[in-house]
Write a protein that binds this ligand. Structure first.
Ligand code: LLP
Length: 440
């Protein structure tokens, strides 16, 4: 339930707040989160999976993957809406706790967790640690025993299912850094080690096949392979693992031509696949969990820019491209240059009836790859001072922002019912100076 609307004079409003007012109050670039929309998406995952798996008497916990976007206020929302959270570093762990998320509802990820991160996770009592290597199993076991405690653990499994939009975000093929291979037997071996470790309480298995995945069949295949592993562990080790986490990766729509995998289709499709797999391999229904990040935060966020320079460049084919330079760029949106991600854009401060022109939205950084939106039609009269909105930047936007060219990273605000709230304030020159150690 998006609350983005065009007012009578053609300007956009989000959550009942006119974007011109937000730009005036907080400056640009600005990330705007539609609170109602983000929370509805979180609740849709919670409810659709509860219903689809509930038909079989099974339960599903939804862990919001906080790497997509995290603030202590978002952690507060997730707590209030009965979600759990996936954190992937000591920093994410602390922000989640700061927002009041109970440690028991946190899962700690990472392929190379430090001793300090593992220690802290045990100290605060995180609900689960997802182990990613033999090194980690040995380290965690030793730390837990030394602390006189027992670590609740899931083993991260590489199922070999090929999925995911871009090579950099696909995670379940063999030749990448995450997880323990199902095919080679490493995952099985890791389960045995965890089972035998005194400092570890082996709770189950985890997999994450990649990100921005449209294919329901890929999720179904991965669920089947996971249940196969669970069944063989029951058969050979006599232990029925109580928990299975199927990860995140549900695709969202970025552009008018794009597609999404809805929580409803994912939930029912995966529940059916699990039912079929269990009918084949046997065993009772485990407690499930999933970890959507992008699909909760992505569509609920947009970036608001101020247009600066507009240029018209002749193309070889006789046409023309309109370059629209905005006051941000690759420092607030790394996804276009990194993954060739596609976005769209729209003039946000007014309606225009000018002819649409083939346009490219670029930033203000010192490199030509500094592109926010590669191809989009924008009105021919777009001009300095207009506000431009780029939708669907709520996930992997601000969290991947950086200070290249000593740019100040934008603020993040959420809006709801005509009110705005700051989650992350804009960087200031004082912030830059705080890191730069001045000469004597
Ligand atoms: N669970 C685990 C273990 C993950 O590694 C990830 C994402 C998720 C859940 C959430 O996936 P999602 O539902 O958001 O697709 N920076 C990249 C995406 C990297 C995803 C990393 N892991 C991008 O901007 O596309």
């Amino acid at each position: 339930s998006h609350t983005v609307e065009r007012g009578e004079d053609g300007a956009l409003s989000v959550g009942g707040v006119d974007v011109r007012e937000l730009a005036g109050q907080y400056g640009t670039p600005l990330y705007i989160i539609d609170e109602q929309d983000m929370r509805d998406r979180a609740c849709a995952f919670r409810d659709q999976f509860a219903t689809a798996f509930g038909r079989h008497g099974a339960e599903v916990d939804v862990y919001y993957a906080s790497k997509a976007f995290l603030s202590s206020k978002v952690a507060r929302w997730m707590r209030a809406d009965d979600l759990c959270m996936d954190v992937a570093s000591g920093g994410e762990l602390e922000i989640a706790l700061r927002g009041g998320m109970p440690a028991a509802r946190l899962g700690l990820h990472g392929n190379n967790k430090s001793d300090a991160e593992l220690r802290r996770a045990l100290e605060v009592g995180v609900g689960r640690i997802i182990v990613d290597s033999f090194t980690e199993i040995e380290t965690l076991d030793a730390i837990a025993r030394e602390m006189g405690t027992v670590a609740p653990v899931l083993v991260r499994v590489t199922t070999g299912v090929h999925a995911g939009g871009h090579e950099y975000i696909a995670t379940s093929h063999e030749d990448q850094k995450f997880g323990l291979s199902l095919a080679s037997g490493a995952a099985f071996e890791a389960l045995l080690e965890c089972h035998d470790a005194e400092g570890i309480d082996l709770r189950g298995i985890h997999t994450h096949i990649g990100s921005q995945i449209l294919s329901l069949a890929a999720f179904q295949e991965s669920a089947e392979r996971m249940l196969g592993l669970r069944a063989s562990f029951l058969m050979e080790a006599g232990v029925e693992l109580p928990e299975v986490d199927l990860g995140g990766g549900y695709a969202i729509q970025y552009t008018p031509h794009g597609e999404a995998l809805s929580p409803h289709d994912a939930a029912y499709g995966m529940a059916d696949a699990v039912a079929a797999a269990l009918a084949k391999v046997g065993g009772s229904w485990p407690h499930f969990s999933i970890e959507p990040g992008r699909a909760i935060a992505g569509p609920a966020g947009m970036t608001l820019y101020r247009v600066g320079v507009v240029k018209h460049v002749a193309l070889d084919d006789g046409g023309e491209r309109q370059y629209v330079a905005v006051d941000g760029g690759m420092s607030d949106n790394m996804r276009t240059i990194t993954y060739g991600a596609e976005y769209t854009a729209t003039v946000a401060s007014r309606l225009s009836d000018a002819e649409p022109a083939l346009s490219r939205v670029v930033g203000k950084h010192c490199e030509s790859g500094d592109i926010v939106v590669r191809d989009v039609e924008l009105p021919h009269d777009i001009a300095r001072g207009d506000l431009l909105a780029v939708p669907a930047t709520g996930a992997y936007g601000r969290v991947m922002a950086h200070n290249y060219n000593a740019m100040l990273r934008p603020a993040v605000v959420s809006v709801r019912d005509g009110e705005s709230t700051v989650h992350i304030r804009r960087d200031t020159l004082e912030d830059l100076f705080a890191w730069d150690v001045a000469p004597d």
